[in-house]
Design a protein around this ligand. Structure first.
Ligand code: ADP
Ligand code: MG
Length: 678
């Protein structure tokens, strides 16, 4: 069989077993995958300078004719050093190459090259070391630079790339229908792939990138939609609309906000349908998602169905267990806790009761969806702080039990456009208001010079009976000079917090230790919790009204927002003090945004503006399939276009089975694993 795009990479000339292995290390197993190894930058050989103008100790492009190659010298350590004399027509320069005899052999006396490399030496005698070069005959003067691995050089990749592109040209294919390309002003795929590697001009590489980024965003969107419709093919336990939850709602210790009520209604409507619910409950920190989840569990229980609520950490699982028991037990709904750190004996006992159907609501970490947990009738699965779970886990969950209804809760508000992609497989309910009477957290950004004054304020609040968090980025001291909780706690106990009870909380403590500490903090036995970002997710202690964040520059906007959300959860006036000595423009801007608003949606919009959408895709937390181009090359406009294009394509051809869409579907399947959407 002649080589084609999807043959093994070894089919390419010059790729033997050794080089093949190197390629596989980079995740490249076929010419097709090689073509999608997108350059991370370009070398522009058009802008060469004469030798006399080369910047010393900098990288320069020179146009040089080699006039004498010296024979390679072996030096100590087995190193081989190769040298050649060259000229730009006026001045001479020495070319020095280490340990790359093969590359050196390719240079010919009498030939002219463009060379890019670091120039060193002085006015009289200069050398250029380990240059990347192309022949001066070469017409394409903008050359790609790739992510490499030991033993795989740019030149090797380039020559293999040219072959791979030839292979593709011999059987060109296009994933987008003509009409779509025309309307969205996109270049043909073949053109884009050639020009992303060997662009004719700067404009050409931009156009190529735009097309390929569009493709990726489109595929992502379509893949998510296919996931959604796949889960819709299942049938779920349809619950009974006539089951009343009014008495539960009115029995809560507070009146639900309008948004909470609306979310409850949307969820109950879903639960009463025969297709499984697949809903995201988005709400800012402190907006009261737990009460909404409790209402859903209540409704399921009264329908004779079990619910499972899954939290990303044991601290949170414990907290949810307490909250839900408090809300539900008075109504005869049985709640139990199941976490990894429980003894095997306890776990087994709990599992038995779950299997026997004695338990209505199971709260825990992902231990609760393991194979060994058998439910008598699992009707509803809720995952909290959902950004910690990936797309694949979401899909796996749908397979658990008999296609249960699914609710995912996220406290990371993201702008709608992004949510449509990242959560494209879900319907969305949003809680945009906070319960009444909440006072916005007063936020101040200060430099280290004001630390003692800041702690004076902290002490005054502690004296009034409040509690505080102090967050540091590190656990142990390191060379980075960032604050670490361990030494920080020691110092503070002797100075700023002398006479106050403090405790440590960080990720290296055992689950039991963490839980004990959280319990004492909640019970008011500890006044100040000195912690890392383990408190970021979901912790709810209403009496904690002060938060100090050290090295605030280390945290992104949404993370700061999450952290700050730990205070301002009760009736008390709350304060957040951000301490940083970083004066970069970006950091100052972030601090300003934090001080000026507490609205999570607004903060995420600002975050998006500052970082661009690519950063969200690059963030592994979302658990999306890895993107290669869109994470650096996309902008909001392109994203919106890809979105409307996906919608349009799926409206006309819901499972992309029409001939003109088949290539696109194949491409989507390549991005997602078949099990998820196939
Ligand atoms: P999150 O959405 O961040 O998970 P929680 O569910 O932990 O928020 O709720 C935060 C706090 O607000 C809890 O102490 C909860 O009891 C309280 N709460 C929730 N809903 C309301 C409401 N409608 N009115 C008053 N307090 C509420
Ligand atoms: Mg929560």
């Amino acid at each position: 069989m002649p080589a084609n795009l999807f043959s093994e990479i070894e089919y390419l000339k010059g790729v033997g077993k050794a080089r093949g292995e190197k390629y596989r290390k980079l995740g490249i197993g076929s010419p097709y995958e090689l073509i999608y190894h997108i350059p991370r930058a370009y070398l522009d050989f058009r802008t060469h300078v004469p030798v006399c103008q080369a910047q010393i100790n900098e990288y320069n492009v020179l146009r040089l004719t080699v006039f004498r190659k010296l024979s390679p010298q072996r030096i100590k350590g087995g190193l081989v050093i190769c040298k050649a004399a060259a000229t730009d027509g006026i001045d001479d320069i020495l070319i020095v190459v280490y340990n790359n005899v093969y590359g050196f052999q390719a240079l010919k006396e009498g030939e002219t090259y463009y060379m890019y490399g670091k120039v060193s030496g002085n006015f009289l005698r200069k050398e250029i070391s380990a240059p990347v070069y192309i022949s001066a005959q070469e017409k394409v003067l903008i050359q790609p630079v790739y992510r490499l691995t030991q033993g795989l050089s740019v030149n090797m990749i380039r020559s293999n790339m040219k072959q791979a592109l030839e292979l593709m040209k011999s059987e060109p294919f296009e994933t987008l229908p003509d009409e779509i390309m025309r309307r969205y002003e996109l270049k043909p795929l073949m053109w884009a792939l050639e020009n992303i590697h060997f662009p004719e001009s700067d404009m050409a590489s931009d156009e190529a990138r735009r097309r390929l980024a569009f493709d990726e965003l489109l595929k992502l969107q379509i893949g998510m939609s296919l996931m959604k419709s796949r889960s819709r093919r299942n049938t779920a336990h349809r619950m009974d609309t006539s089951v009343d939850i009014g008495s539960f709602i009115s029995g809560l210790p507070f009146e639900l906000t309008d948004d909470q009520k609306k979310a409850v209604n949307e969820i109950i409507a879903d639960l009463c349908r025969s297709v499984p619910m697949n809903r995201l409950l988005q709400g800012d920190v402190g907006s009261g998602k737990t009460a909404v989840a409790a209402a859903a569990c209540y409704f399921a229980a009264k329908n004779g169905e079990q619910s499972a609520l899954m939290a990303p950490t044991e601290i949170l699982a414990n907290q949810h267990f307490r909250t839900l028991s408090g809300f539900l037990e008075p109504f005869g709904v049985n709640v139990c806790l199941l976490t990894g750190s429980m003894t095997a004996k306890k776990k087994a006992a709990v599992r038995e009761r779950i299997a026997a159907g004695e338990i209505d609501v199971v709260v825990g970490t992902h231990a609760i969806i393991q194979k060994d947990v058998e439910y008598s009738s699992l009707g509803l699965v809720i995952t909290d702080e959902q950004h910690r779970f990936g797309v694949a886990q979401r899909a796996a969950l749908a397979e658990k039990g008999d296609a249960p209804h699914k609710l995912v809760m996220s406290a990371t508000p993201i702008p709608r456009t992004l949510a449509l992609i990242i959560y494209g497989d879900l319907d969305i309910s949003a809680i945009t208001q906070l319960p009444e009477g909440r006072k916005p957290v007063q936020t101040y950004a200060v430099t280290g010079k004001l630390r003692h004054r800041a702690f004076g304020f902290v002490r005054s609040r502690l004296d009034e009976g409040r509690q505080a968090y102090v967050v540091c980025p590190m656990i142990e001291d390191s060379e980075s000079e960032l604050f670490a909780v361990k030494s920080y706690a020691k110092n503070a106990a002797d100075s700023d917090l002398k006479g106050y009870t403090t405790a440590l909380l960080h990720g290296k403590m055992s689950a039991a230790e963490k839980d004990r500490t959280m319990k004492s903090f909640r019970d008011g036995e500890i006044q100040v919790l000195i912690c890392t970002t383990v408190v970021e997710v979901g912790v709810d202690v209403p009496n904690a009204a002060v938060m100090v964040i050290e090295n605030a520059e280390r945290f992104g906007l949404s993370q700061l927002h999450q952290l700050r959300g730990r205070v301002g959860r009760g009736q008390f006036e709350s304060t957040c003090i951000l301490i940083t000595d970083n004066t970069s423009e970006e950091c100052v801007k972030r601090m300003k945004i934090m001080s000026s608003t507490t609205d999570g949606f607004k903060i995420s919009e600002e975050d998006l503006k500052m970082r661009g959408p690519g950063d969200f895709f690059g963030n592994a937390q979302h658990g999306l399939p890895p993107l290669k181009i869109a994470d650096i090359a996309c902008n909001m406009e392109l994203m919106n276009k890809a979105q409307s294009c996906a919608r349009e394509l799926l409206e006309n051809d819901p499972d992309l089975s029409k001939p003109q869409n088949r290539a696109l579907k194949m491409d989507v399947l390549r991005l997602f694993s078949r099990e998820i959407i196939g």
